[in-house]
Write a protein that binds this ligand. Structure first.
Ligand code: NG6
Ligand code: CA
Length: 526
């Protein structure tokens, strides 16, 4: 009977595996794992990736003490699908409802799915999600009661502890949620949220621009006002639970550091997703006005400070040697993403994509190629750089294998264990990676080539931010090792084009039980 249950309920199987999985004890040298996941941080936005005008000493140090990866790809060019894929090991494009989530979206990952947190938990780790969530909460979109414990929260996805922003800094509700309940809840100011209509008498950015004392919108973000900044969506109440944008990074760091302290004697996994450098960019005054690029540069400095605080805590608790820290970003960079923060005007020669074409939202490399650094002293050699081709889709099985977790059948269907790539032990490229643009166009990329499938949509976004999308009604083929995405070779290289198209088709059709297709698959076979 038990066997049958195991087959039917992969999630339950994961939990049962927990009994057999290794637990921390004498001689257990499995590391703690911390993912530091930045928001909208571009390939060129860190000093150790060539950024101009901004110093990032803490990230530079992380890179110096570990491996700096130069060919890592987020699964998508926006947040929700990248995060969905990272935490489930399934491509978001296989799953409807994984696009940029509203602040009152129902939980996008279902409790029946086996997540990366479940994997760590099943292996005896304590798990935490801290910072930006953007994967929905509760069981029904728009029907959450924000004044009571939420019907579904990260605890249902394997996170023992969570302290999160429901969606993004620019979306209501503007409160932190701790273990499924509004943190610092203020009973005198019950919270209501709507993405359809305003609550009578509540000011908006559109009608009350005089109340926007911190930041004004450039595009769209003109609904409810919180902390002198108007947002997407309407909310009422909140009182003392409402965040102040300038304190968000401090708050995230304080909770992360406390989690490390409290769990220093057991193996832990922490998914630490920063609000930086997403809009609205309004860092603490310690950073504000300090960078010649303005608020966007200040936010990068604040991100770097966050990294420094985490590393200092690890050193002070003696955990820095046995903790694997992996730092990356959910998608490429954007300048004006809806607020008048002078991100365009004050670039002063800095290239957020590090010279790549496109940016956030885009099918081009700027959309999904992101910085990635791994540090684990004694296991990852210091001062390494590698251009091995990596997709964040593989972090699931790679990190789970480090923890000794067993993955139930059917879970993490698109993820492969490529831990050797992350640790710098194996320089074999992933045969291909798939990238998802915000209009759902897929690209298939090998080390040398990139194919962008035809899709509808303008070549340049029609309103702010006017990013080059890479969308075209015609197939595009680029030779990345010679010329980047400059010249479309689709017409000149029909065989290569066909091979890439056929491979993408197979990946699309692939299911968990179908073995992975090697890059060399002959184009004439299906
Ligand atoms: C877009 C928002 C943008 C940002 C993005 C999500 C407008 C015009 N733009 O719809 O400001 O919030 O969604 O960004 O509203 S992400 O990094 O979380 O995917
Ligand atoms: Ca993002």
């Amino acid at each position: 009977m038990k066997q049958e249950k195991l087959l039917l309920l992969p999630f339950a199987a994961g939990l049962l595996n927990a009994e057999a999985a290794p637990q921390k004890g004498d001689g257990d040298n499995r590391p703690n794992v911390i993912i530091i996941y930045a928001d909208d941080l571009g390939y060129g936005d860190l000093e150790c990736y060539g950024a101009k005008n901004v110093e990032t000493p803490n990230v530079n140090r992380l890179a110096n003490e570990g491996i700096r990866l130069t060919n890592t790809h987020a699964v998508a060019a926006t947040s929700t699908p990248s995060r969905y894929s990272l935490l489930t090991g399934e491509y978001a494009w296989r799953r409807p409802g994984t696009d940029i989530a509203a602040g009152n979206a129902a939980m996008v990952i279902k409790p029946t799915q086996f997540t990366l947190a479940d994997a760590f938990r099943s292996a005896g780790y304590t798990t935490a999600a801290i910072g930006k969530w953007h994967l929905g909460l509760g069981d029904k979109t728009g029907e959450q009661d924000w004044n009571a414990p939420l019907a579904a929260a990260p605890a249902d996805l394997g996170f023992d502890y969570s302290y999160i922003m429901a969606a993004t800094g620019d979306r209501v509700p503007c409160v932190f949620i701790e273990n499924g309940m509004v943190a610092n809840y203020d009973p005198s100011a019950p919270i209501e949220v709507s993405y359809v209509r305003n609550f009578p008498g509540e000011p908006t950015g559109r009608d009350n621009p005089e109340l926007l004392y911190n930041l004004k919108p450039s595009e769209h973000h003109n609904q409810s006002i919180v902390n002198g900044i108007s947002r997407i969506g309407y909310m009422k109440g909140g009182g003392r639970a409402l965040w102040k944008d300038e304190n968000i990074a401090d708050s995230i760091v304080a909770h992360a550091v406390r989690f490390i302290d409290e769990h220093r004697r057991e193996p832990f996994f922490m998914y630490l997703a920063t609000n930086d450098i997403h809009v609205p960019r309004f860092p603490h005054e310690r950073f504000r006005g300090k960078n010649k690029m303005g608020l966007r540069g200040d936010a990068i400095m604040q991100f770097d400070w966050t990294v420094g605080q985490i590393m200092e805590k690890l050193r002070k608790t003696g955990l820095d040697k046995n903790t694997l820290v992996i730092l990356s970003s959910d998608n490429g960079p954007v300048l004006d993403d809806g607020y008048q923060d002078e991100a365009n005007e004050r670039l002063n020669g800095h290239s957020p994509t590090g010279g790549l074409r496109g940016g956030k939202y885009s099918a081009l490399e700027g959309g999904t190629r992101v910085p990635a650094i791994v540090r684990w002293p004694g296991h990852v050699k210091a001062r390494r750089t590698s251009d091995v081709l990596i997709s964040q889709i593989d972090w699931f099985r790679s990190l789970a294998s480090l923890a000794g977790a067993r993955i139930p059948k059917g879970a993490a269907p698109d993820s492969r264990n490529r831990l050797g790539n992350l640790l710098g032990e194996d320089a074999t490229d992933r045969p291909w990676v798939v990238e998802q643009a915000s209009n759902h166009a897929l690209s298939l990329r090998t080390k040398e080539w990139k194919y962008i499938e035809p899709s509808d949509g303008p070549a340049v976004m029609q309103s702010t931010p006017r990013i080059e999308t890479g969308y075209s009604a015609m197939p595009q083929l680029y030779r990345l090792d010679a010329g980047g995405e400059a010249a479309n070779l689709a017409a000149d290289e029909p065989e290569k084009l066909f091979e890439m198209q056929a491979l993408l088709k197979r990946v699309r059709q692939q299911r968990a039980d179908v073995p992975a297709v090697p890059a060399t698959t002959p184009a004439d076979k299906k």
